[in-house]
Design a protein around this ligand. Structure first.
Ligand SMILES: Nc1ncnc2c1ncn2[C@@H]1O[C@H](COP(=O)(O)OP(=O)(O)OP(=O)(O)O)[C@@H](O)[C@H]1O
Ligand SMILES: [Mg+2]
Length: 317
C-alpha cells in the first residue's frame, strides 16, 4: 500500500494534490507543505518520505516553533564540545541526524532569521557549519518544510527571508481546508466512526438528519483533526445510539449562525412563536414544491418531526 493511502479523501481537489505529491516524492526538490491546522501536513510529509528512495533512512521531524531562539542553531546544526558555555559534549544536531534521509521542518514560519540564513546556506551548498567546528561538513538530507502561516506575508513583514522562501517554494504542496473539500467531512466522519468503533469494540452511533445538516454547515476550523476527535467522542458517548443536533458540541453552531446569518432578534413587542413556526413550515413546503423530506432539510428537522408539526398545525402539504 502506498504511504499516500493514509491520506483519505473523496475530494477531486485533494486527490489532485496527492497525485502531484506522488510525483514530487520521487524527486529531491525541497518541498513546502502549506495548509491550515489539521489538514494533514505531517501525514503528507511522512508519505513523501516513505514513498521516496530515502524511506529506509531516517525521517527527522522538528518543530521550529518549539525550540528556544537561543538554542535553534545548535539544535539544527550541532556544535562542538566547548563551543560555548554549557556545550559539554559534541552535538550532532537535527540536520546531520537526517543524513541520507529526510529532514521535516515543521512550523518553518517560526524559524528565527539567523537560523534561516544558515538553512539557506545548507540548501544551496549541501554543507553545514556546526557551532565551534572549523570546517563545514557535507550532509545529504532532503528538506520538507511545513507551515500553517501565509509565508509570503511573513516575507513582506521582514520576518522570513525572501530567498529562502523561493528556495523552499520550488515544489509547493497546498492542502485544502476541509470545508473546501466537497463531501469529504461527511464521508470521513463515517469512516472515522467505524474506525473508532472497531478500535474500542463498540457500535458506531447513527446521526439524525438534523445532526448531519448541522455538521454540513460547520466550518471545521480544526479540519481533519477536529473531525477525528469528534468521531471518537461520539463513538464513546453514543455507541449504537442516535446522535441528534442537540448532542453535538456547542462549538458546532446551529445552521443560522454557521451560514453567516445574524442571530434572530426578538422584537420589542414580542412574537407569536407558534405562528412564526407554522409560517416557516409553510414557506419551506412551498420552496420544496411540497416535498416533505426536502422541506424538513430546509428547516433542520427530521422528516418525522416535520410530519408531527404538520399535524400539530393542521397544515396540508
Ligand atoms: N486526509 C486525511 N485522512 C485521514 N486522516 C487525516 C487526513 N488528514 C489529516 N488526518 C489526521 O488528522 C490529524 C491531524 O493531521 P496532521 O497532524 O497531519 O495535521 P497538520 O496539518 O500537521 O496540523 P498542524 O498544523 O496543527 O500541525 C492526524 O490525526 C492525521 O492522521
Ligand atoms: Mg503538524
Amino acid at each position: 500500500m502506498s504511504a499516500f493511502a493514509r491520506l483519505l479523501t473523496q475530494s477531486p481537489v485533494l486527490e489532485s494534490v496527492i497525485r502531484s505529491a506522488q510525483i514530487v516524492a520521487a524527486t529531491e526538490a525541497p518541498t513546502l507543505i502549506v495548509g491550515e491546522t489539521g489538514t494533514g501536513k505531517e501525514l503528507m510529509a511522512q508519505a513523501l518520505h516513505e514513498s521516496s528512495r530515502r524511506s529506509r533512512q531516517p525521517f527527522v521531524a522538528i518543530n521550529c516553533a518549539a525550540i528556544p531562539e537561543t538554542l535553534v542553531e545548535s539544535e539544527l546544526f550541532g556544535h562542538r564540545r566547548g563551543a560555548f558555555t554549557g556545550a559539554l559534549e559534541d552535538r550532532l544536531g537535527h540536520v546531520r541526524s537526517a543524513q541520507g534521509g529526510t529532514l521535516f521542518l515543521d512550523e518553518i514560519g517560526e524559524l528565527p532569521l539567523a537560523a534561516q540564513a544558515k538553512l539557506l546556506r545548507f540548501l544551496e551548498s549541501g554543507e553545514v557549519q556546526p557551532v565551534g567546528e572549523s570546517r563545514p561538513q557535507r550532509v545529504d538530507a532532503r528538506i520538507v518544510a511545513a507551515t500553517h502561516r501565509d509565508l509570503h506575508a511573513r516575507v513582506r513583514e521582514g520576518l522570513f527571508r525572501e530567498d529562502l522562501y523561493y528556495r523552499l517554494q520550488v515544489v509547493p504542496i497546498e492542502l485544502p481546508p476541509l470545508r473546501e473539500r466537497q463531501g469529504d467531512a461527511e464521508w470521513l466522519l463515517s469512516r472515522f466512526l467505524d474506525e473508532f468503533a472497531a478500535r474500542h469494540g463498540l457500535q458506531p452511533p447513527r446521526l439524525t438528519l438534523a445532526a448531519r445538516r448541522r455538521l454540513a454547515a460547520h466550518r471545521w476550523p480544526g479540519n481533519v483533526r477536529e473531525l477525528r476527535n469528534l468521531a471518537e467522542r461520539l463513538v464513546v458517548f453514543f455507541s449504537g445510539r442516535e446522535v441528534d443536533a442537540g448532542n453535538l458540541p456547542a462549538d458546532i453552531a446551529p445552521q443560522a449562525l454557521a451560514a453567516g446569518l445574524s442571530r434572530f432578534t426578538l422584537p420589542e413587542q414580542g412574537i407569536d412563536l407558534e405562528r412564526l413556526e407554522s409560517d416557516m413550515i409553510r414557506q419551506a413546503l412551498d420552496r420544496a414544491g411540497g416535498n416533505k423530506s426536502r422541506a424538513a432539510r430546509l428547516l433542520g428537522l427530521s422528516r418525522d418531526t416535520l410530519l408531527y408539526r404538520l399535524k400539530k398545525f393542521a397544515i396540508e402539504a
